[in-house]
Design a protein around this ligand. Structure first.
Ligand code: ATP
Length: 235
C-alpha cells in the first residue's frame, strides 16, 4: 500500500447544514508524483484540502499517509499553502520565512539558513528585506510557497498556488514544484487551469458538486471522455 499510494483521500463527506459539499471524495496520490485537483468554483477542493490539514472536520471518511490516518504529528511534515494565504503583510520576506521555519521546530540559525536558501531558490533573494505587502502578487505567492518549503516537508498540499500569477510567475512556481517532485516529494495542488495541470501532473482528479467524477492521467481522460468531463472544469 505504501509503495503505490503515499496519500489516500478515502470517502470524504461533508455537509454544511443542508448543503452537501463533499459526497464521498476518494483519490490516491502516488509517491514522487504531481496530482492536480480540478473543479469549478465551489466544487469542494478547498474543503477537501482543509480536511486533510485538520482545519475542517469531515462528517465521514479519512485521509491516510502511508496507511496511517493523518494526525497533527504527521501534518507537521506536510507543506500546506492555504487558498486564503497566510502571510504577515508588515513582516519582511526573510523574517517571515525564518518565522515559519521556527514554527516547524528549526532553531534560530537553521531557520535563518532555510529562509535564505528558499528565498534564493524561488528568486526572492533581492526581496529578502522587503515587506511582504510591498511585493507583487506573484512574489507574494513565491513567499507563500517558500513558507511551505522551509520545513523540508515530505508532502506538499497547495490550494490554487497558480491563481493570479503571470506566465513568468507560473513558470517559476512550476519549476520549483517539479524540483520537489524530482526530489521525491509528492505534490497535490488544486487549479482551474487544466492546461497547466496537463503540463505538470502525472494524474488529475476532477471534482464536480462534491464527487470525484474522474481520475487518471489528463491525456487519458481527454481520450476517454472526448472532453465531456473536462467541460466540468472549464465550462
Ligand atoms: P473555489 O475554487 O471557489 O475555491 P472550491 O472547489 O475550493 O471552490 P470549497 O471552497 O470547498 O470549493 O466550497 C465548496 C462549497 O462549500 C461551496 O458551496 C461553499 O460555499 C461551501 N462552504 C465552504 N466552506 C463553508 C463554511 N465554512 N460554511 C458553509 N459553507 C461552506
Amino acid at each position: 500500500m505504501a509503495g503505490k499510494r503515499v496519500l489516500e483521500f478515502d470517502g470524504l463527506r461533508k455537509s454544511y447544514g443542508a448543503n452537501r459539499v463533499l459526497d464521498g471524495v476518494s483519490f490516491a496520490v502516488a509517491p514522487g508524483s504531481m496530482f492536480g485537483f480540478c473543479g469549478s468554483n465551489g466544487a469542494g477542493k478547498t474543503t477537501t484540502m482543509r480536511i486533510a490539514m485538520g482545519l475542517v472536520r469531515a462528517d465521514a471518511g479519512e485521509v491516510r499517509w502511508q496507511g496511517r490516518p493523518l494526525d497533527q504529528a504527521l501534518r507537521r511534515r506536510i507543506g500546506y499553502m492555504p487558498e486564503e494565504r497566510g502571510l504577515y503583510p508588515k513582516m519582511r520576506v526573510g523574517e517571515q520565512l525564518a518565522y515559519f521555519a521556527r514554527l516547524h521546530g528549526l532553531d534560530g540559525a537553521a531557520a535563518a539558513r532555510a529562509a535564505e536558501h528558499w528565498a534564493d531558490r524561488l528568486g526572492l533573494g533581492e526581496r529578502r528585506r522587503d515587506q511582504v505587502e510591498k511585493l507583487s502578487l506573484g512574489n507574494q505567492q513565491r513567499v507563500q510557497l517558500a513558507a511551505a518549503l522551509v520545513s523540508r516537508p515530505e508532502v506538499l498540499i497547495l490550494d490554487e498556488p497558480f491563481s493570479g500569477l503571470d506566465p513568468v510567475g507560473v513558470d517559476a512556481l512550476a519549476e520549483a514544484l517539479l524540483e520537489q517532485v524530482r526530489g521525491g516529494v509528492p505534490v497535490v495542488f488544486s487549479s482551474h487551469q487544466l492546461d497547466l495541470v496537463e503540463r505538470l501532473c502525472d494524474a488529475v482528479g476532477i471534482l464536480a458538486r462534491g464527487a470525484m467524477v474522474a481520475t487518471g492521467p489528463v491525456a487519458e481522460l481527454r481520450r476517454r471522455e472526448s472532453g465531456r468531463l473536462l467541460r466540468v472544469v472549464v465550462p
